[in-house]
Write a protein that binds this ligand. Structure first.
Ligand code: URA
Length: 212
């Protein structure tokens, strides 16, 4: 699959094990999603721009080095579950800004409806945009978010979508419209059930993160 990276690491697998387990309680679920998010954030930011600079070491010797240009990057969690990755991304790119997109899903048609968009007015000036969406299921919420971003002037080349769980249908939904967009995921699961849940997946990630 082009432009899809499945992050492989024993710790990632361990996080997935806890997330999938129906007996995992709230604190462990949050902790596992956050830890998994760190690995996704590392991969998602692997090509983040840097600015060359020079510092003096304690030996008073100049060293050519580079600083990460994270001040002009934007993290966009898709509410609710996307919030579970925000702290992980900020750990890796602490000067990033955060704008929220809220999507509700019609449980009958599975269509996504926007109820919140807090994009900054100068959104098209951001060099990299990191969308966090732990559950890429039908892809409807994610595609709607991407449409908002592209209409606001962001180049799809500069958008990265990070997920814990994906399915081929969701990936195809995104890439049929925006093939340039990079998708980083911890797993590509089998598919969707009749009510649009990822199988085997981890159930409702928003509920497990905040309510159960
Ligand atoms: N959203 C979830 O939280 N879980 C799924 O399986 C699909 C969408």
């Amino acid at each position: 699959m082009n432009n899809v990276t499945v992050v492989k690491h024993p710790v990632v697998e361990n996080c997935l094990m806890h997330l999938r387990d129906k007996n995992t309680e709230l604190i462990k679920f949050r902790e596992s999603l956050k830890r998994l998010g760190l690995f996704l954030a590392m991969e998602a930011t692997a090509d983040i721009p840097v600015r060359p600079c020079q510092v003096k070491t304690p030996l008073d010797i100049p060293a050519d080095t580079a600083e990460v240009a994270d001040d002009n990057t934007l993290i966009i969690p898709i509410l609710r579950a996307g919030l579970g990755f925000v702290e992980s991304f900020l750990e890796v790119i602490p000067r990033a800004k955060v704008a929220h997109i809220g999507m509700s899903r019609d449980h009958e048609t599975l269509e996504a409806k926007v109820y919140l968009s807090s994009l900054p007015e100068d959104v098209k000036l951001y060099k990299k945009v990191y969308v966090t969406d732990p559950m890429l299921a039908t892809g409807n919420s994610c595609v709607k978010t991407l449409e908002i971003l592209v209409e606001a002037g962001i180049d799809p080349e500069n958008i990265v979508v990070s997920c814990a769980f994906t399915v081929p249908e969701g990936i195809e939904q995104i890439h049929s419209k925006y093939p340039q967009i990079k998708i980083i995921t911890a797993t590509v699961d089998k598919g969707l059930n009749e009510v649009g849940y990822i199988v085997p997946g981890c159930g409702d990630a928003g509920d497990r993160l905040y309510l159960l």
